[in-house]
Design a protein around this ligand. Structure first.
Ligand code: ARG
Ligand code: ZN
Length: 419
């Protein structure tokens, strides 16, 4: 390489917009297993002194005894982390040896530009054109409406699936992609729409569901964040809003709903990954969805929100340990849905109320919808349990979506029976 060639290469990278792409060479993802108070303290101190990205749970405040803690550690801090771990004799394992290789390995190497595909992780441009084409080619079963724009001005489109009817039908609302880096979530909403359209008329359950009810699907909730994970930083979680007074971007949309807002399991620090926002619904995406749900409150019977990872099926409450008024029914349906999911490939899910099953965390959409009166309110945490975490390979999109369909259809069938 001559110096001239170096300069040209650099210019090339800048021109292709690759220069602002965050890379993860040498970074590792650890699973820590704290069993003593001093382990918990140590993890919290580590989080204060170095830059740690919490994968599960989502922030240091949520760390507790006896739960696995998955963290991403930048290469420059590895020595320090290893030394600390050895000194404290906390049990741990390395989940991902080299994060950049895992990021590179997540997508199949297919020729680019990549067209929309149900078995790939589609970028926002492809999803947007998919929304346009799927809703225009199936006008008897699907329609679309824009519920508002994101912070950066992208249209948030809700797809309405269901047999056209002269009277208003009871409905289910489902969203994907509240958190930007949870790509399998976004893939599921697209899969669900495809399955609904292609099995209506042949699958008796889907036919009856779409005859009797409408299903509103928001394919990507946090579009700005999702776009950012494709273009700049694969590990981004929050929205992309910006306020003067802090140099940090975004709030956690699933801490920004008006349900025990910012009381527990959320941060008031704008730089935290679980920042609750400066007030409930400060994030325009959250406000748009909350407005839509409020407007349709009288017909909405179920709220389903799709996240990853951990293989959980959660229901209210997360902002408190008190049991929901409908606890036993919600649990029974969750257990049935998990069993249906498991019947396909043996994938095991844990179900229960959020606070007791993982950790208390306020401001979530599930609790908010439930308290508004949408009884069947569920949060899915899809595959896996940490082997790949957010970097679930594309080869797992199809099996993950197929098994999740069974769980969602189980919930929908129960809702239908109890209209
Ligand atoms: N992992 C999800 C989150 O932290 C779980 C959501 C459960 N519901 C809740 N309201 N916290 O956002
Ligand atoms: Zn999430």
């Amino acid at each position: 390489f001559t110096d001239n060639m170096r300069v040209l290469l650099l210019l090339g990278l800048v021109a292709f917009g690759l220069a602002d792409l965050t890379r993860f060479e040498g970074e590792k993802v650890f699973r820590l297993k704290p069993v003593l108070d001093k382990h918990v303290t140590l993890i919290k101190e580590l989080a204060k002194s170095i830059e740690v990205d919490f994968w599960s749970p989502e922030s240091a405040e949520l760390v507790n005894i006896d739960i696995d803690v998955d963290i991403r550690v930048p290469a420059m801090y590895l020595d320090m982390v290893y030394t600390t771990l050895q000194q404290s004799d906390m049990e741990h394992e390395v989940l991902i040896e080299d994060l950049q290789s895992a990021v590179d390995g997540q997508m199949d190497n297919k020729p680019s530009p990549r067209a929309h595909s149900y078995t790939k992780y589609n970028n926002w441009d492809n999803i947007q054109s998919w929304i346009a084409s799927i809703s225009s080619s199936n006008s008897n079963l699907i329609s679309k409406q824009v519920i508002g724009n994101t912070y950066e001005g992208r249209p948030m489109t809700v797809l309405k699936l269901g047999k056209t009817s002269s009277s208003t039908k009871p409905a289910i609302f489902m969203d994907c992609g509240i958190h930007a880096r949870e790509w399998i979530s976004t893939a599921f909403c697209q899969w669900f729409v495809k399955e609904a359209l292609s099995t209506y008329g042949s699958d008796s359950q889907m036919t009856s569901l779409l005859d009797q009810m409408d299903v509103f699907v928001l394919p990507v909730f946090n579009i700005d964040g999702y776009d950012f994970t494709h273009k700049s930083n694969r590990m981004w979680r929050k929205t992309r809003s910006k306020r003067s007074g802090s140099s940090c971007y975004g709030a956690d949309p699933n801490r920004n709903f008006n349900a025990g807002w910012c009381t527990v399991g959320a941060s008031s620090n704008p730089c935290s990954d679980t920042f609750c926002g400066h007030q409930p619904e400060s994030e325009i995406e959250v406000k748009n969805v909350a407005d839509f749900i409020r407007r349709n409150k009288s017909i909405l019977k179920a709220y389903i929100t799709i996240h990853s990872y951990s293989q959980l099926l959660l229901f209210p409450y997360s902002y408190s340990f008190s049991l929901a008024a409908d606890h036993s029914e919600l649990l029974k349906v969750a257990d049935g849905a998990s069993a249906a999911l498991r019947s396909l490939y043996g994938t095991r899910y844990t179900s229960g109320p959020g606070a007791a099953t993982i950790y208390p965390a306020a401001g979530g959409s599930d609790d908010w919808a439930y308290d508004l009166g949408v009884k069947y309110s569920y949060t899915f945490e899809l595959r896996d349990t940490g082997r790949y975490g957010f970097l679930l390979p594309e080869s797992q999109i199809e099996p993950t979506c197929e098994e999740t369909m069974l769980a969602v259809k189980y919930i929908a069938a129960h809702v239908q029976k109890n209209l």
